[in-house]
Design a protein around this ligand. Sequence first.
Ligand code: 5RP
Length: 225
Amino acid sequence: MSKNDIKQQIGNYAAKLVQNHTTVGLGTGTTVSYFLVALAQRIKKEHLDIVGVTTSEKTTLSAKELGIRIVDIDDTDGIDLTIDGADEVDTYLNGIKGGGAALLMEKIVAKNSKENVWIVDESKVHNILGSFPLPVEVVPFGSGRLYREFALKGLNPRYRVDNLGRRIVTDAQHYIIDLVLDVINNPYELAQYLESRVGVVEHGLFLGIANRVIVGNDDGIEVLE
Ligand code: 5RP
Protein backbone atom coordinates (compact mmCIF):
# COMPACT_ATOMS: atom_id res chain seq x y z
CA MET A 1 0.00 0.00 0.00
CA SER A 2 1.31 3.48 -0.76
CA LYS A 3 1.69 6.02 2.06
CA ASN A 4 -1.25 7.96 0.64
CA ASP A 5 -3.41 4.80 0.59
CA ILE A 6 -2.51 4.24 4.24
CA LYS A 7 -3.45 7.85 5.07
CA GLN A 8 -6.73 7.43 3.21
CA GLN A 9 -7.49 4.29 5.22
CA ILE A 10 -6.70 6.13 8.48
CA GLY A 11 -8.79 9.13 7.43
CA ASN A 12 -11.80 6.92 6.67
CA TYR A 13 -11.44 5.12 9.99
CA ALA A 14 -11.20 8.39 11.93
CA ALA A 15 -14.26 9.88 10.22
CA LYS A 16 -16.33 6.99 11.60
CA LEU A 17 -15.36 7.97 15.16
CA VAL A 18 -17.24 11.27 14.91
CA GLN A 19 -20.70 11.20 16.50
CA ASN A 20 -23.74 13.13 15.31
CA HIS A 21 -24.57 16.42 17.07
CA THR A 22 -20.98 17.06 18.16
CA THR A 23 -18.30 19.71 17.82
CA VAL A 24 -15.11 18.30 16.34
CA GLY A 25 -11.61 19.73 16.48
CA LEU A 26 -10.10 19.51 13.02
CA GLY A 27 -6.32 19.08 13.02
CA THR A 28 -3.82 20.02 10.36
CA GLY A 29 -1.68 18.05 7.92
CA THR A 30 -1.81 15.61 5.06
CA THR A 31 -3.30 12.75 7.09
CA VAL A 32 -5.98 15.07 8.42
CA SER A 33 -6.80 16.16 4.87
CA TYR A 34 -7.96 12.58 4.12
CA PHE A 35 -10.00 12.61 7.31
CA LEU A 36 -11.66 15.90 6.29
CA VAL A 37 -12.74 14.48 2.95
CA ALA A 38 -14.15 11.34 4.59
CA LEU A 39 -15.91 13.39 7.26
CA ALA A 40 -17.46 15.73 4.69
CA GLN A 41 -18.75 12.71 2.77
CA ARG A 42 -20.32 11.27 5.93
CA ILE A 43 -21.91 14.59 6.84
CA LYS A 44 -23.53 14.84 3.40
CA LYS A 45 -24.57 11.23 3.09
CA GLU A 46 -25.94 10.83 6.61
CA HIS A 47 -27.21 14.43 7.00
CA LEU A 48 -25.15 14.83 10.17
CA ASP A 49 -25.27 17.87 12.40
CA ILE A 50 -21.55 18.36 13.04
CA VAL A 51 -19.54 21.55 13.43
CA GLY A 52 -15.76 21.88 13.29
CA VAL A 53 -13.23 23.99 15.15
CA THR A 54 -10.11 24.36 13.03
CA THR A 55 -6.43 24.44 13.98
CA SER A 56 -4.98 26.42 11.06
CA GLU A 57 -5.94 28.73 8.23
CA LYS A 58 -5.19 25.86 5.84
CA THR A 59 -7.66 23.55 7.56
CA THR A 60 -10.27 26.33 7.71
CA LEU A 61 -9.99 26.75 3.96
CA SER A 62 -10.15 23.00 3.22
CA ALA A 63 -13.07 22.42 5.61
CA LYS A 64 -15.05 25.29 4.08
CA GLU A 65 -14.35 24.04 0.56
CA LEU A 66 -15.62 20.61 1.58
CA GLY A 67 -18.78 22.10 3.08
CA ILE A 68 -17.97 21.34 6.73
CA ARG A 69 -19.57 23.93 9.01
CA ILE A 70 -16.98 25.83 11.06
CA VAL A 71 -17.45 27.57 14.38
CA ASP A 72 -15.06 29.90 16.21
CA ILE A 73 -13.49 28.23 19.24
CA ASP A 74 -14.82 31.04 21.44
CA ASP A 75 -18.38 30.51 20.22
CA THR A 76 -18.72 26.85 21.15
CA ASP A 77 -19.73 25.29 24.46
CA GLY A 78 -16.96 22.73 24.09
CA ILE A 79 -15.11 20.50 21.68
CA ASP A 80 -16.16 16.86 22.00
CA LEU A 81 -13.41 15.19 20.02
CA THR A 82 -10.35 16.43 18.15
CA ILE A 83 -8.80 14.40 15.37
CA ASP A 84 -5.27 15.50 14.52
CA GLY A 85 -2.08 14.16 13.00
CA ALA A 86 1.29 13.99 14.73
CA ASP A 87 4.91 13.96 13.63
CA GLU A 88 6.11 11.45 16.18
CA VAL A 89 4.42 9.41 18.91
CA ASP A 90 5.92 7.32 21.70
CA THR A 91 4.45 4.32 23.45
CA TYR A 92 3.10 6.52 26.28
CA LEU A 93 1.08 8.45 23.66
CA ASN A 94 3.24 11.52 24.08
CA GLY A 95 4.00 13.23 20.83
CA ILE A 96 5.76 15.86 18.79
CA LYS A 97 3.57 18.07 16.66
CA GLY A 98 4.10 21.21 14.61
CA GLY A 99 5.64 19.85 11.43
CA GLY A 100 3.01 21.88 9.63
CA ALA A 101 3.72 24.94 11.84
CA ALA A 102 0.23 24.77 13.38
CA LEU A 103 1.26 23.68 16.87
CA LEU A 104 -0.08 26.73 18.71
CA MET A 105 -3.66 26.47 17.50
CA GLU A 106 -3.43 22.67 17.61
CA LYS A 107 -2.48 22.77 21.28
CA ILE A 108 -5.20 25.31 22.14
CA VAL A 109 -7.83 23.15 20.43
CA ALA A 110 -6.47 19.94 21.97
CA LYS A 111 -6.40 21.36 25.50
CA ASN A 112 -10.03 22.47 25.08
CA SER A 113 -11.18 19.12 23.75
CA LYS A 114 -12.80 16.38 25.82
CA GLU A 115 -11.05 13.71 23.77
CA ASN A 116 -8.02 13.75 21.49
CA VAL A 117 -7.33 11.15 18.83
CA TRP A 118 -4.21 11.25 16.66
CA ILE A 119 -3.97 9.65 13.26
CA VAL A 120 -0.54 8.52 12.07
CA ASP A 121 1.14 5.92 9.94
CA GLU A 122 3.34 3.39 11.70
CA SER A 123 6.62 5.09 10.70
CA LYS A 124 5.86 7.79 13.29
CA VAL A 125 5.66 5.51 16.33
CA HIS A 126 8.94 5.27 18.28
CA ASN A 127 9.96 4.15 21.74
CA ILE A 128 11.54 7.49 22.49
CA LEU A 129 10.76 10.93 21.06
CA GLY A 130 13.31 13.11 19.30
CA SER A 131 13.94 11.82 15.82
CA PHE A 132 11.56 14.51 14.53
CA PRO A 133 13.01 18.01 15.18
CA LEU A 134 11.05 19.68 17.97
CA PRO A 135 9.22 22.82 16.77
CA VAL A 136 9.25 25.83 19.09
CA GLU A 137 7.04 28.79 18.15
CA VAL A 138 8.66 32.08 19.16
CA VAL A 139 7.88 35.79 19.03
CA PRO A 140 10.09 37.31 16.30
CA PHE A 141 11.29 40.14 18.59
CA GLY A 142 14.33 38.89 20.46
CA SER A 143 14.16 35.44 18.86
CA GLY A 144 17.87 35.65 17.97
CA ARG A 145 18.68 35.79 21.69
CA LEU A 146 16.55 32.69 22.32
CA TYR A 147 18.22 30.98 19.37
CA ARG A 148 21.67 31.63 20.88
CA GLU A 149 20.51 30.42 24.29
CA PHE A 150 19.20 27.18 22.74
CA ALA A 151 22.50 26.75 20.88
CA LEU A 152 24.54 27.26 24.08
CA LYS A 153 22.35 24.68 25.81
CA GLY A 154 23.17 22.16 23.07
CA LEU A 155 19.62 22.11 21.71
CA ASN A 156 20.80 22.45 18.11
CA PRO A 157 18.34 25.13 16.93
CA ARG A 158 17.41 25.87 13.29
CA TYR A 159 15.07 28.61 12.15
CA ARG A 160 12.44 27.02 9.92
CA VAL A 161 12.70 28.52 6.45
CA ASP A 162 10.79 28.13 3.20
CA ASN A 163 12.41 26.91 -0.02
CA LEU A 164 13.68 30.43 -0.73
CA GLY A 165 15.45 30.52 2.63
CA ARG A 166 13.00 32.98 4.23
CA ARG A 167 11.92 32.38 7.81
CA ILE A 168 8.44 30.96 7.80
CA VAL A 169 5.78 32.91 9.69
CA THR A 170 2.98 31.03 11.46
CA ASP A 171 -0.74 31.84 11.30
CA ALA A 172 -0.22 33.83 14.52
CA GLN A 173 2.74 35.74 13.00
CA HIS A 174 5.53 33.98 14.89
CA TYR A 175 8.73 32.21 13.83
CA ILE A 176 9.47 28.52 14.30
CA ILE A 177 12.79 27.35 15.71
CA ASP A 178 13.24 23.59 15.27
CA LEU A 179 15.43 21.84 17.83
CA VAL A 180 17.33 18.99 16.18
CA LEU A 181 17.79 16.65 19.11
CA ASP A 182 17.66 13.01 17.91
CA VAL A 183 16.68 11.81 21.38
CA ILE A 184 14.58 13.53 24.06
CA ASN A 185 15.36 11.67 27.26
CA ASN A 186 13.11 13.73 29.51
CA PRO A 187 10.31 15.41 27.53
CA TYR A 188 8.64 16.80 30.66
CA GLU A 189 11.84 18.53 31.79
CA LEU A 190 12.42 19.98 28.31
CA ALA A 191 8.79 21.16 28.11
CA GLN A 192 9.17 22.89 31.48
CA TYR A 193 12.38 24.60 30.40
CA LEU A 194 10.85 25.84 27.12
CA GLU A 195 7.72 27.09 28.91
CA SER A 196 9.92 29.12 31.25
CA ARG A 197 11.63 31.07 28.43
CA VAL A 198 10.19 34.48 27.67
CA GLY A 199 9.47 34.80 23.95
CA VAL A 200 8.55 31.13 23.57
CA VAL A 201 4.88 31.07 22.63
CA GLU A 202 4.45 27.29 22.48
CA HIS A 203 6.40 24.12 21.82
CA GLY A 204 5.56 20.96 19.96
CA LEU A 205 5.77 18.55 22.88
CA PHE A 206 2.20 17.29 23.38
CA LEU A 207 2.47 15.36 26.62
CA GLY A 208 -0.44 13.51 28.18
CA ILE A 209 -2.84 14.96 25.62
CA ALA A 210 -3.74 12.10 23.25
CA ASN A 211 -6.30 9.60 24.52
CA ARG A 212 -5.92 7.30 21.54
CA VAL A 213 -3.62 6.98 18.55
CA ILE A 214 -4.89 5.39 15.36
CA VAL A 215 -1.91 3.83 13.61
CA GLY A 216 -2.19 2.78 9.99
CA ASN A 217 -0.01 0.24 8.22
CA ASP A 218 -0.14 -2.13 5.26
CA ASP A 219 -2.25 -4.61 7.22
CA GLY A 220 -4.86 -2.16 8.45
CA ILE A 221 -5.35 -0.15 11.62
CA GLU A 222 -4.00 -0.56 15.12
CA VAL A 223 -5.30 1.52 18.02
CA LEU A 224 -2.92 2.54 20.83
CA GLU A 225 -4.54 3.66 24.08
C1 5RP B 1 0.92 20.31 11.95
C2 5RP B 1 1.02 19.01 12.62
C3 5RP B 1 0.57 17.81 11.84
O1 5RP B 1 -0.46 17.19 12.50
C4 5RP B 1 1.74 16.89 11.68
O2 5RP B 1 2.78 17.62 11.04
C5 5RP B 1 1.40 15.65 10.87
O3 5RP B 1 1.17 15.98 9.54
P1 5RP B 1 1.10 14.89 8.40
O4 5RP B 1 -0.15 14.12 8.61
O5 5RP B 1 1.10 15.70 7.13
O6 5RP B 1 2.33 14.03 8.49
O7 5RP B 1 1.40 18.87 13.75
O8 5RP B 1 1.45 21.34 12.73
